[in-house]
Design a protein. Sequence first.
Length: 244
Amino acid sequence: MDPNEFAIHAAIEDQHWWFRARRNIIGAALDKYAPQQRKHLLEIGCGTGGNLRYFAPRFGAVTGVDAAPSAVAFAKQRVPGEVFCGDFRELLRGRWHDYDIVLLADVLEHVEHDHDFLHDLVAELKPGTTVIITVPAHPWLWSPHDAALGHHRRYTLTTLRALWEKLPVQTHFTSHFNTLLLPLIAVARYLSPQQTNTSHSDLQQHGPLIDRVLYATFNAETFWLRHARFPWGCSALAVLQKRS
């Protein structure tokens, strides 16, 4: 991922409608499926630290890992906890007993060998650890935005579930989300004048009114995802738990 994209993320992720609503949806999943697990949150692929910064007050401790030095430099300034740069397999040896929640927020699409990545992660987790995953959905939505962010793929629910099919985990929940805005985002991606430009993503800060409308629309799904599953959406969510 282009280091310039990390600067954009760090500048806007605290207030941008998409990041705010996604954090609320992740938080709702935590409240429903892991209400007692509040000891230590580990985020692998923590980026510039927006999620850890937001969730830190809910946990006794938070820890981040990211392979990109540019992202970690921002995260270390913003996160009230440890942030490591490199491969989690090497960095977290001897620490796995500490973590009861692991967050992979739009990470797996950046990993070339995503199945091996998840296999190695689950192998290290202590029994009972909850894993929350979000990924971009629908391969037909692929655009220069994905290329600029360094994505290898977008997922269907079937290809996402296949990653842990034979792993010792229980699946608590899978669903699409960012459903209400799917038509608007699809049209914007295909009609964008940047359609042929893979040098940068379409992340940008909108005006206050547009931001409020987009946030309210996306954030409305936080309630519905407590009670239902969406058959389509720009993203997908999964909640897993390591079995004994």
